[in-house]
Design a protein around this ligand. Structure first.
Ligand code: 5RP
Length: 219
């Protein structure tokens, strides 16, 4: 079974955790694309969606799912999103698709975060996947120097601008043994908009698509 099929399994399993008639928060990425496709086959399941990226907004609109502004939607019942890495404590690295800031905002505004991944994303220690950090463009060299002092090797994501008009530094060489501490430390660097650690607000439920079905881990 390919990792894409595992992603699809996890995404379809997430439907069971979406209360009927709710406004659902929708993340970004290839796993979430399977979730949007599954929602499109159940047009009356949700009243609408709050999207974490322009890319997901386009897919939701194509599927005729009403897209709401978060400011109008208020607190959401559930947010469904993928991840680049997850521990078994449901702490995550996200932002491979560059949508981390809006993803963090929608996750923060949701009562429940259901994370959907294929088995390859589950790790013992976060950091093999380069940690994305969104930065204000004029601050990128300054922020990169501060990250080097923290022991990381930042690499500018060339030719990429976030939906917020910012740059991404992908930080290599980290072995993240205390994710909440590093998340806080990076947030305090002036010029950082958000970093891809979801440890202070981890997922509540992890659905792992695999060969023999979908494993569910709860926090
Ligand atoms: C986008 C993300 C994605 O959730 C993450 O990159 C996983 O992507 P995929 O589902 O394509 O493997 O954080 O910013």
């Amino acid at each position: 079974m390919t990792s894409d099929e595992q992603k699809r399994r996890a995404a379809e399993a997430a439907l069971e955790h979406v209360p009927e008639g709710c406004v659902v928060g929708v993340g970004t990425g290839s796993t979430v694309n399977h979730f949007i496709a599954a929602l499109a086959r159940r047009p009356h399941l949700v009243a609408g969606a709050v999207s974490s990226s322009e890319a997901s907004t386009r897919l939701l609109k194509d599927a005729r799912i009403p897209v709401l502004d978060l400011n109008e939607a208020g607190e959401l019942d559930v947010y469904v999103d993928g991840a680049d890495e997850s521990t078994r404590a449901l702490q995550l690295i996200k932002g491979g698709g560059g949508a981390l800031t809006r993803e963090k905002i929608v996750a923060a505004a949701s009562r429940r975060f259901v994370c959907i991944v294929d088995r390859s994303k589950v790790v013992d220690v976060l950091g093999r996947f380069p940690l994305p950090v969104e930065v204000i463009p004029m601050a990128r060299s300054y922020v990169a120097r501060q990250i080097v002092k923290l022991g990381g090797q930042p690499v500018l994501r060339e030719g990429f601008t976030t939906d917020n008009g910012n740059a991404i530094l992908d930080v290599h060489g980290l072995r993240i043994v205390d994710p909440p501490a590093l998340e806080t430390e990076l947030n305090q660097v002036t010029g950082v908009v958000a970093n891809g650690l979801f440890a202070r607000r981890p997922a509540d439920l992890l659905l792992i698509g695999g060969e023999s079905g979908v494993e569910m881990l709860k926090r």
